[in-house]
Design a protein around this ligand. Sequence first.
Ligand SMILES: CC(C)(COP(=O)(O)OP(=O)(O)OC[C@H]1O[C@@H](n2cnc3c(N)ncnc32)[C@H](O)[C@@H]1OP(=O)(O)O)[C@@H](O)C(=O)NCCC(=O)NCCS
Length: 429
Amino acid sequence: MDLYAHIVGWGMYAPETVVTNNDLAKIINTSDAWIRSRTGIRERHIANEKESTVTLATRAAKEALDRARIRPAAVDLVIVATFTPDYVLPSTASLVQNELGARHAGAFDVNAGCTGFIYALSMASAMIEAGHAEVVVVVGAETLSRVVDWQDRATCVLFGDGAGAVVLQAGEDPGGVLSTVLGSDGAGGNHLIIPGGGSRLPATPQTVADRQHFIKMNGPEVFKFATRVMGRAAKEAVEKGNVRLEDIDLFIPHQANARIIKSAAKYLKLNPDKVYQNLQKYGNTSSASIPIALCEAIAEGRVKDNDNLVLVGFGAGLTWGATVVKWGLPVPYQQRQWWYRALRSMHYRWAKIVAKIGWLLRVLESRMAHRLLRPLEYEPEPEPEAPDAPAVETIAPPEVPPGANGRASNGHASNGDAAKLPEPTIEQK
Ligand SMILES: CC(C)(COP(=O)(O)OP(=O)(O)OC[C@H]1O[C@@H](n2cnc3c(N)ncnc32)[C@H](O)[C@@H]1OP(=O)(O)O)[C@@H](O)C(=O)NCCC(=O)NCCS
């Protein structure tokens, strides 16, 4: 029996604060005319200090689950695509899973730059098709405002915050995610990079002073790369999905730059009415841009039952990816009744209480364990008596000459080594 991964729910969230190009022109040397002519962006949403990638992702995922009419307890897996996680550890996905009360779900993050959502969707659909999961929540979420350099006009005008999510469910009817194409060219990794904060350049006062924890981008190189890969990736995915280019009903590209989208649409010979664009309102929200665009396209009535959608992304890595989705749900979507929404809101409150109780129990447990687990008293075992065995001829080990640093050259410390340790440095003293 073949299984197909169908999109059965979708949701998005954009922070309330809107920053226009003119607002930016007040703090950096730029203008609305420059930003609009080079990118198409007019404004972007920026998270407030209480918001983070987890809170944005959770809002989008809740909306998607509501639309799918699926209980969080029925979710098998939560995948979050992001490169602006709340923490390096734990994953954003685990924190979202906890917020949702998806207590039977596994969870992990994907980082493939702005292509993250396509990568996550590809993994989710593969898990479903292989029968390893039945319901998967896939989220793309970013708080890019925390990693853009607000003194660098070449990058800070481009990005925004937001989250989008879909719920994938296994079904036997052909359709859903028909094909996926993924690609990477790490040779271009330095064209779009946050140099500091990883194992190569851990955070120090110097890396902070040098602004190494912000996005650095070679705009023209990324531009050339994007125009090269976007159309090709889409074409490959369409061929793999056994769909003809003329059968594409809606092309939903990564929302980075209107000129890049135009060039991809031209390569694919698509009519402008088959190309979806909303970057003017959100800027580039990286992993969140494609699911946010999908949600808005649905809300605007641009997606119908049986439509062939092509989603295409590119980004840091450098990476790219495309997927063809056969839409299998009637839209517009019927709003849920008030009592259902009230029940659902109670569920999420309850999930929060359960998570708090779980945390408390773990604290108590660790305190008790601390008391109970006293160090074991160690009694040395008696030396075994040597048996009266016949004398065996023993071979003496070869003599190892000490290395130049005073250690035996086989790497093991010799008896005299303690005296030869280097002098302590000033800090150690
Ligand atoms: C960033 C981008 C819009 C810049 O457009 P561009 O036409 O390549 O512009 P350039 O970088 O060549 O800069 C042209 C001039 O504009 C200036 N400039 C850059 N940012 C500016 C801004 N916000 N306002 C005003 N002037 C600006 C530059 O300093 C440069 O000035 P100079 O000629 O005096 O040196 C474009 O390269 C781009 O969109 N690249 C792809 C980026 C992308 O999609 N990234 C996300 C990947 S997921």
